[in-house]
Design a protein. Sequence first.
Length: 216
Amino acid sequence: MRAPLCRVGQGEQMVTLGVVELQCASDGVQDGGGDARRPSAFQAFVAGALDRHGRVDVLVNNAGVMPLSLMEELRVDEWDQMIDVNLRGVLYGIAAVLPSMRERRCGHIVNVASTAAHRVDPTGVVYCATKYAVRAVSDGLRQETADLRVTVVSPGLTKTELTHSGGNPEPQNAIRAALAAVGIDASAIAQAIGYAVAQPADVNVNEVIVQGTAQL
């Protein structure tokens, strides 16, 4: 199955992928960079995808940062960073692809949230809030139109660079230890996304929660 795919993710950076085969995503991948906190970066990369391929079938919003700390530490800059990347970045990605998808009455938006969108940890209050918000945005967008598919993928502990983004060293080290013990490979999340995208056009996978068998 081949389709023009625009993927946004990898920390605060955004990557646009050209024509890919979902079963073998390493073939024909085209990379570009940009800041997920800037709407203009999304608009530019989506415009490039439209110029090259004529359409964007799937957007995966995967940008995220997770500096952990207690609220009383007042790390306001890190709160702003999480809101900018984890929530505003998702909104900017949606805004970039929505007009062309609505015009074609076809498209699939996949927003990567987290199991932190289902439970709150005291050292991750703002992070959890951004992920709860991603679920809310996704569900509202899904209800807005039957022409588009919208999926939330909520990973559990996954071996990525997410824990290397500041925060209080104590909870950051604790989450890294947990990742080493029970974290799953990011390929499992990619497979979940592929599953949702591969469903028939009249089937919407609302949410997929993916975590390791050893994670409580």
